[in-house]
Design a protein around this ligand. Structure first.
Ligand code: ATP
Ligand code: MG
Length: 402
């Protein structure tokens, strides 16, 4: 069994070994290499302390990113490699952070503190794969299973409950089969579910976003609902409108979240999303989908106004959302908007044959300029000719009517 390491990463391992320490790549990068997936980050685990790392990488770009936890980040070529001293976690009394970080000189301790068997493998080019918990077999069979006693592990850190779902949603084995959560692991997740309320909103939302945007979001969210774990996430109660249909949508957070929130109002959704600490730009976009979820969208002007409001790309996303929720006209509206855009129909003032300067020359001032351009745009969207001559004439008429 061989994992091909980028040369920058094997250089890190070699440097630590020449210094006299043990070093391995570990966790997600080993899992994803074996699954032949793209690797996000290369993480290294080592017997060296952070002080020893400093000496080993003297003169190199080494940043103390989490020294209390034994983590330093080395910038090596295009990679930012997290190097962490072997650890065994102390006890957890708050359900989310170990009370103390205990360093160790044994790789086995470090692998034992990791969440799932598939995430608890280490690899070193000379020593090969270290797989104390049969992670490779679970990987082949597509199984998510806790390292050690599941009940204890979820009691220590309830974020692992959501991580298990995230891995279920995103992983596939090399035969393309989705992962299942092993029975005892799932039972323990259910019995510890109330501890999710102890977690910080940011961490919960990050995992949730990972679940929603992955390959098997529909099945995963359905399982979260069935086990009553979804409802443990504050602000997410009854937000399951689109679970069965979500996989038909592009893997994109805002579109898919809008589907989940489809049955509540845009106003309500805004409050809940703010409580979940979604970014303002995300909240705005999701709310726009919901606000336009059921409005009439048949005439040219309605379609062009929609495009003016949310941009062409999001207008098309909206049609996808409306289609999966049974709007029989969505496909037709989509084709119609396509045609309008191909014809070069106007939907924003910048596309008009006149501009603000022209309006100022006609004697409009300040906000009146925007207002008159808006009126001209509406006329053009309704079919009036977008020529300089016509628009200047219409603007003059507006001025006279003022
Ligand atoms: P991803 O590709 O999504 O980043 P990952 O497995 O690399 O997946 P990370 O959150 O980057 O996930 O964590 C790196 C490794 O650290 C994991 O593979 C796992 O071994 C360990 N780990 C991370 N979070 C926890 C946790 N809450 N409890 C136990 N081990 C954890
Ligand atoms: Mg990672």
């Amino acid at each position: 069994m061989e994992i091909l390491l980028p040369k920058e990463i094997s250089a890190v391992i070699t440097a630590l070994e020449e210094y006299g320490a043990e070093a391995y790549v570990v966790g997600g990068c080993v899992r994803d290499s074996l699954l032949e997936r793209e690797i996000n980050d290369w993480d290294v685990t080592t017997s060296a302390s952070t002080e020893e790392m400093r000496r080993c990488f003297a003169g190199k770009k080494l940043i103390a990113t989490g020294e209390k936890h034994g983590t330093m980040t080395l910038l090596s070529g295009e990679y930012a490699v997290e190097i962490t001293t072997f650890r065994k976690d102390g006890s957890y009394s708050d359900g989310r952070h170990p009370d103390s970080v205990v360093f160790s000189d044994r790789l086995t301790d470090d692998l034992s503190r990791r969440d799932f068997t598939v995430n608890a493998m280490a690899y070193n080019p000379a020593r090969g794969l270290t797989d104390r918990f049969s992670g490779r077999e679970d990987l082949q069979n597509g199984i998510i299973r806790c390292v050690g006693d599941a009940q204890k592990r979820f009691n220590e850190d309830a974020l692992r409950i959501l991580r298990a779902f995230r891995f279920m949603s995103k992983l596939k084995n090399t035969e393309g089969k989705g992962f299942v959560i092993e029975d005892a692991t799932l039972a323990a997740m259910e019995s510890c579910k109330e501890r999710i309320s102890l977690l910080s909103v940011e961490r919960v939302t990050a995992e949730l976003a990972g679940i929603i945007t992955a390959e098997r979001a529909g099945e995963t969210l359905a399982l979260m609902k069935k086990t009553d774990i979804l409802s443990q996430i504050p602000s997410f109660e009854a937000c399951d409108a689109g679970i069965e249909r979500i996989d038909k949508l592009p893997k994109e957070l805002e579109t898919r979240t809008a589907a989940l929130f489809w049955s509540i109002s845009a106003e309500q959704a805004k409050e809940r999303l703010a409580a979940l600490k979604f970014k303002n730009s995300e909240i705005k976009r999701i709310a726009a989908f919901l606000e336009n979820g059921k409005t009439a969208l048949t005439s040219d002007i309605e379609l062009l106004e929609l495009t003016a409001k949310m941009g062409a790309e999001d207008a098309f996303r909206l049609f996808e959302l409306r289609r999966i929720f049974g709007d029989g006209c969505a496909e037709k509206s989509k084709q119609r908007l396509c045609r309008l855009l191909e014809e070069g129909r106007c939907f924003k003032t910048e596309q008009l044959a006149v501009n603000g300067k022209d309006m100022a020359e006609l004697g409009f001032e300040g906000r009146a300029i925007g207002t008159v351009l808006g009126s001209l745009l509406r006329e053009v969207m309704a079919g009036a000719e977008n020529s300089r001559e016509n628009l200047l004439q219409r603007a003059k008429q507006f001025k006279e009517e003022q």
